[in-house]
Design a protein around this ligand. Sequence first.
Ligand code: GDP
Length: 296
Amino acid sequence: MFDSLSEKLDGVFQKLRGKGHLTEDNVKEALREVRLVLLEADVNFKVVKDFVAAVRERAVGQEVLKSLTPAQQVIKIVRDELAMLMGEGSDNALDLAARPPVPIMLCGLQGSGKTTTCGKLALQLRREKRNPLLVPADVYRPAAIDQLKTLGRQLGIEVFDSQVGQDPVEICEAARRYGELNGFDTLILDTAGRLHIDDKLMAELERIKTSLAPREILFVADAMTGQDAVNVAQSFDERLGVTGVVLTKLDGDARGGAALSVRAVTGKPIKFVGMGEKLDALEVFHPDRMAQRILG
Ligand code: GDP
């Protein structure tokens, strides 16, 4: 994960480590290189600017430069700031404190990994002893409904019986009634996606939101698409007010841009990351561990 980013940052820090004593200029030069590496990794320009400024402010002080291990101190500051950037210190847990069945709505562009993530999330919730019902609310692509039904069968988790052509809001409302009557405590709503954002889709998602009042609205983003994912997240957030982000395909050769920018740009936490196509490949996101992985 983020191999290229990690390798390049490592290269920058190797040079610092080789120096022993550090001057202010050494640190500034290293941070100029860090800046380029982050931009190459497709991190948002403003995010990079603020990040480098924050590191510089902490790293050029006398205390750091006069310490016995100045390079280590600088690297530690970079690691801390990376973790902060990704949301360290804020609560990333799912909020399911509502009257059951608690609706969780997943939204995002087609191909982002939404349906797969619905299955993964259902599995994770069941492992936490919850009883989720999967709800296919993408009525435009028969394949989407079938895909969720197949996932449900694999997992032994019930999938609400939606039909192509039904109104998605009616499906969700019927699923809620069904969930109430049959002892389900969580509804996982798999909504429609499109290749690009369009107004009709957004209006439909807004109607589902108004009707169901989901406790969580998770935006599912393909990390391989870098800053595009962040821009799309921002648009969804403006219309829907998302509560968190799921970054998928971090097992692929994602460059890092989405993971490092999305929190700062949208203000919304990354709650989960998808680490593979398998249904158990969903991890709770930990900013500090991610920063540690990036810096090796
Ligand atoms: P949707 O159109 O948003 O519902 O996307 P899908 O759930 O159908 O996923 C699109 C493709 O991405 C499928 O081939 C999934 O197997 C794949 N996918 C989803 N999540 C991940 C992930 O975390 N890692 C990898 N490598 N592939 C994923």
